[in-house]
Design a protein around this ligand. Structure first.
Ligand code: PLP
Ligand code: LYS
Length: 424
């Protein structure tokens, strides 16, 4: 059993939907990112089901996977987008996404990025500091435009997740401390070129409990009431992204469970009219992708056994960056061929001891075998690099028995194209 139904064994062979992964590896080479269109749709449907009959806008947190082919699927399903850079804005515009459904988050928005977003007509800027608010006002005024604004409030709640991906604590760089938010909102209403439209927070990622969300919501509801007393009436509440997925044995929180509880609280406060914005990333794409890799060498030692594969930390950074656990499945199971399982560290060819993808896995392996690194659809390719002059992997989308190259493998020559040597 794998964690995603679209990546399942038929006999001893692992498929993506109706497509054998071994065939894709043969056709496109490895390392290779493979996404399932059906898995994207099912993840989306869980949000749609939760939103039914409610005023909810789902803005895909596209930092999780920003390939145009993925964005286009979500656009067609009706998604808006949560962006964090001018680059991400350009991607959404490139696929004809509706700027009126874009929220712009991020602590370090540059003036040029703000200008581009104003020009495009984004729905809202999620402002993360007083200094940013000042800059936004200046840039909007100069452009003769009005910037719709939510303050991203830091509610100081513990998201009970990995410290590196927790964002809603006082010590994190994100957002404006909730204690000073009423004053900053007052300031915002007085600034030219600014229109206050919402309240925003995002407390962290890979969250599997409702508790942290509801703790944050309770604090935001007090803030919204305080703002109303000040004569500031917002139109939308953005609770960010953060819903977790199953990597191994986690029990993910269904979007409906969360939204039922959120709307119960909103209705109880007479705030059922507010639009709810969500910015899910990982939960829409994480289990819709795998990273295919081939075993180059097996190295059996006294202390450890290593399966040296052709994917590396430059392709999938999460294990070494967060100590993250990803499932590793053989693409062809070798049941009963006499090759017994041993415990391996699955490592890449990069010159770093931190270059590992999985540790202590029982696998029956031979040189040349294919492995699928599971749950790699989110924060996989997007966090990849070209370290050691390794071309970045190709990305493929599977739709039933069909497959399409969303991004070809980079060539070595393209990695140094544009570099130059001193002419003297
Ligand atoms: C502001 C903001 N919104 C949305 C997301 C998406 O989060 P996730 O992938 O956990 O759903 C992130 C990343 O954590 C974020 O920083
Ligand atoms: N990149 C992280 C999550 C950070 C989310 C971005 N705010 C991960 O791979 O889990």
């Amino acid at each position: 059993m794998t964690v995603a139904p679209q990546f399942a064994y038929r006999g001893n062979e692992l498929y993506a939907e109706d497509t054998p992964l071994a065939r894709l590896a043969q056709e496109f080479g490895t390392p290779l990112y493979v996404y399932s269109r059906q898995a994207l749709r099912e993840a989306w449907q869980a949000y749609q089901h939760a939103a039914e009959g409610r005023n909810v806008l789902i803005c895909y947190g596209m930092k999780a996977n920003s390939n145009l082919g993925i964005l286009n699927e979500f656009k067609n399903l009706g998604a808006g987008f949560d962006i964090v850079s001018g680059g991400e804005l350009a991607r959404v515009l490139a696929i004809g996404g509706d700027p009126g459904k874009i929220v712009f988050s991020g602590v370090g928005k540059q003036a040029s990025e703000i200008q581009a977003a104003l020009q495009a007509g984004v729905k809202c800027f999620n402002v993360e500091s007083e200094a940013e608010l000042q800059r936004l006002s200046q840039v909007a005024q100069a452009a003769g435009r009005v910037a719709a604004v939510s303050l991203r409030v830091n509610p100081d709640v513990d998201a009970q997740t990995h410290p590196y991906i927790s964002t809603g604590l006082k010590q994190n760089k994100f957002g404006i401390a909730i204690e000073i938010a009423p004053r900053v909102y007052q300031q915002a209403t007085a600034l030219p070129g600014i229109e206050v439209v919402g309240v925003d927070c995002h407390i962290g990622s890979q969250i599997t409990e409702t508790g942290p969300y509801l703790d944050a919501l309770d604090k935001l509801l007090i803030l919204i009431a305080t703002l109303a007393d000040q004569g500031i009436h917002i139109k939308h509440l953005d609770l960010g992204g953060g819903l977790g997925i199953r990597y191994s044995d986690e029990t993910p929180l269904p979007p409906k469970t969360l939204l039922d509880q959120v709307f119960q609280r909103l209705n109880a406060q007479g705030l059922g009219h507010l639009q709810l914005v969500l910015e899910p990333g990982r939960s829409l794409v994480g289990n819709a992708g795998v990273l295919l890799t081939r075993v180059e060498y097996l190295k059996h030692g006294e202390a450890r056994n290593f399966a040296i594969v052709d994917a590396a930390m430059n392709d999938l950074l999460r294990p070494t960056l967060y100590d993250a656990w990803h499932g590793v499945e053989p693409v062809l199971r070798r049941d009963g061929d006499g090759n017994t399982a041993q415990t391996y560290d699955v490592v890449g060819p990069i010159c770093e001891s931190g270059d590992w993808l999985a540790r202590d896995r029982r696998l029956a392996l031979r040189q040349g075998d294919l492995l699928a690194i599971m749950s790699a659809g989110a924060y996989g390719f997007v966090m990849s690099s070209q370290y050691n002059t390794r071309p970045r992997a190709a990305e493929i989308m599977v739709d039933g028995a069909r497959s399409h190259v969303l991004r070809p493998r980079e060539t070595v020559a393209s990695l140094y194209a544009g570099e130059s040597i001193l002419p003297w």
